[in-house]
Write a protein that binds this ligand. Structure first.
Ligand code: ADP
Ligand code: MG
Length: 246
């Protein structure tokens, strides 16, 4: 069981009307692996992440998570509870305190006792560096702090996999670092992560493998250093050039 890949995507196709977004994606994600997914806007990165936790259903192909098929029906919500998802917009509940945001899913979905969930929530806030914000409301926090709450909230479910979809794209530059630092610590602690990001410094420093997607296909994948120094395809080289000379 434990030597099996945590996630497998096989021949994933997804179209919205005439718009073919994923045109046959294959990807295996080992336990503990950190993968950065890069590619131009509209290349299907978000759609791919959304397929992994069943928010979108592929037209063709198969996805397994921890040995179980990701598909609509019985079992999907249990499976989704094991996958944390952090979005560009933080999606915190504005009328709830920071700590209540974190406690909600463990108590409602997993039946964790409220006291235990609050203790754990407070620990997680400490881990993401904002223990003192527990009783404030999201609107009282900076964007970087709100995103760290969103990460703590996802971790409160003890996920086996964390998905990040451009987690720093909505942040002011001075707040990007504090969020990337939390993600880097998480990676070092062994979390399996799929990260869509344009932060190529993070990719270079943290990820095991960089996957470059364009036109709905994985055009290139490999160690990040290799990708930056020696991209094989024209499209990947253009992408690297744009980012480096940005
Ligand atoms: N729910 C949807 N309905 C219709 N079109 C969609 C939907 N989601 C994404 N798309 C389209 O799919 C394409 C890829 O989108 P997306 O996966 O968000 O790309 P990326 O995250 O790489 O920018 C885009 O053309 C987008 O407009
Ligand atoms: Mg996207």
């Amino acid at each position: 069981m434990s030597d099996q890949n945590l996630v497998e995507l096989q021949g994933i196709h997804k179209a919205f009307g005439d718009n073919v977004v994923l045109a046959g994606v294959d990807l295996s994600v080992a336990r503990g692996e950190v993968i950065v997914i890069a590619g131009p806007s509209g290349s299907g990165k978000s759609t791919m992440l959304r397929c992994v936790n069943g928010l979108e259903t592929p037209d063709r192909g198969e996805i397994t998570f921890d040995g179980r098929p990701v598909k609509p029906g019985k079992g999907l919500s249990a499976l989704r509870a094991e996958i944390g998802f952090v979005f560009q917009q933080f999606h915190l509940f504005p009328h709830m305190s920071v700590l209540d945001n974190i406690v909600l899913a463990p108590t409602k979905v997993k039946g964790v006792a409220r006291d235990a969930a609050r203790t754990r929530g407070q620990e997680l806030l400490e881990r993401v560096g904002i223990a003192e914000k527990a009783h404030q409301f999201p609107a009282e926090l900076s964007g970087g702090q709100q995103q760290r709450v969103a990460i703590a909230r996802a971790l409160a479910m003890d996920p086996k996999l964390m998905l990040f979809d451009e987690p720093t794209s909505a942040l002011d530059p001075e707040m990007i670092r504090e969020v990337l630092d939390v993600m880097r610590d998480l990676a070092r602690e062994g979390m399996t992560m799929l990260v869509v990001t344009h932060e190529m410094g993070f990719a270079r420093e943290v990820c095991d493998r960089l996957v470059f997607i364009d036109g709905g296909l994985i055009v290139e994948e490999g160690p990040p250093a290799e990708f930056f120094a020696n991209a094989q395809s024209e499209r990947a080289r253009e992408f690297v050039d744009k980012i480096i000379h940005h």
